[in-house]
Design a protein around this ligand. Structure first.
Ligand code: G6P
Length: 367
């Protein structure tokens, strides 16, 4: 049966709101909450023998891969290479036989990613695939198939598939770390516990939909918007900028907060809103100090943080968006919600076609 929009105005809006359930559904297959264990269907693929991971994807799926690089290197201490698929194949990457090549795709059909998978196979890589369509080409060609259980995603701009990819990738990172002897029982239990907290945290983030809708008019007239984040939340800045570009047609750039002073700070004036993603945690102070550099140059800041962070740094911003206070591990999942909602409401304010943006396709099956 065709998927209906129900009470929602757009598929994208519906899919944003489905995230707590989609992520919970996905986690069910990858964590055992009572045992405090992650459990991937690794079959005869022995993760202990993985010495390098190569991640390849496109678009939003690529940004999920960028977050995974932070996690895999932090938890498992296994080096990670990452490329967009269209670059991977033609740059003659050095792939040692027996490495793990990880492909991330909602559709499982993106031509560049599929071709990259086949290239990696020809270079004796073991192939892991995180995919939302279990009958897709990539799913069929995987050695290790790690499905997301987001359900059908209709809106062209990916939302729930992204947070579900992150849930799978967090579990994969922990499983790899355990296989490598890098994770104690207690640490594994903690990771599982934090992942289990994600659906409720996503729900809490969605609770700020009205606040975000009522500030969309501040962003809608902008010609350029800058998104800043650090560490595993840097890819979320890139994802926020991509979402805004895709559906509202406003030029946006995501930047590593600390890199801004090497170029984009020259763009800052009162006409360029700067969206800062700064969850409480080890990188908070650093991100906030970059934010102050923007403010000192007259930049208009929208700060996305938790109550503690907003109390410390929220003053002088044109708007703030409050997120629940969460463990840094799940911050990238939770902070996906406000950047999706912001793009959504700005697009609705501008009257663009949210579900079918111009020039874009849900699944790009040409190179
Ligand atoms: C298209 C879609 C994006 C998506 C990208 C990768 O450009 O419009 O939303 O992120 O393809 O798609 P995939 O199915 O491989 O995740």
């Amino acid at each position: 049966a065709p998927v209906e929009k129900g009470n929602y105005a757009h598929y994208m809006q519906k899919e944003i709101f489905e995230q707590p359930i989609a992520v919970a559904q996905t986690l069910q297959s990858y964590v055992r909450p009572f045992e405090g264990e992650v459990a991937l269907p690794t079959g005869d693929l022995d993760l202990a023998t993985v010495g390098r991971v190569t991640i390849v994807a496109c678009g939003t799926s690529f940004y999920a891969g960028m977050v995974a690089k932070y996690w895999i290197e932090q938890f498992a201490r296994v080096p990670v290479d990452i490329d967009v698929a269209s670059e991977f194949r033609y740059r003659q990457p050095v792939l040692e036989p027996g490495g793990l090549a990880l492909f991330i795709s909602q559709s499982g059909e993106t031509a560049d990613t599929l071709a990259a998978l086949r290239h990696a196979r020809s270079e004796q890589q073991r192939i892991a695939v995180v995919v939302n369509v279990p009958t897709s080409s990539m799913a069929r060609e995987a050695d290790l198939l790690l499905p997301t259980y987001a359900g059908p995603e209709i809106g062209v701009a990916s939302t729930k598939a992204f947070t579900c990819q992150l849930a799978v990738l967090a579990a994969l990172s922990a499983n790899l770390a355990r296989a490598k002897g890098r994770l104690s029982r207690e640490e594994e239990q903690e990771i599982v516990q934090h992942l289990q907290e994600a659906p409720a945290a996503l729900n809490a983030a969605l609770g700020h939909d009205d606040d975000i809708a009522s500030m969309a008019h501040l962003i809608a007239p902008a010609r350029d918007v800058l998104y800043l984040g650090r560490g595993p939340d840097y890819p979320l800045a890139l994802e926020g900028a991509l979402k805004l570009k895709e559906i509202s047609y406003i030029h946006a750039e995501g930047y590593a907060a600390g890199e801004m002073k090497h170029g984009p700070i020259a763009l800052i004036d009162e006409a360029v809103p700067v969206i800062v993603l700064a969850p409480s945690g080890p990188l908070f102070e650093k991100t906030v100090s970059n934010m102050q550099e923007v403010r000192a140059r007259g930049g208009k800041i929208v700060l996305i943080s938790d109550a503690k962070g907003l109390e410390d740094a929220g003053e002088g911003c044109i708007a703030t968006i409050e997120m629940p206070e969460v463990h840094p591990l799940i911050a990238p999942l939770v902070y996906a919600v406000p950047v999706q909602l912001l793009a959504y409401h700005v697009a609705v304010t501008k009257g663009t076609d949210v579900d079918q943006p111009r020039n874009l396709a849900k699944s790009v099956t040409v190179e």
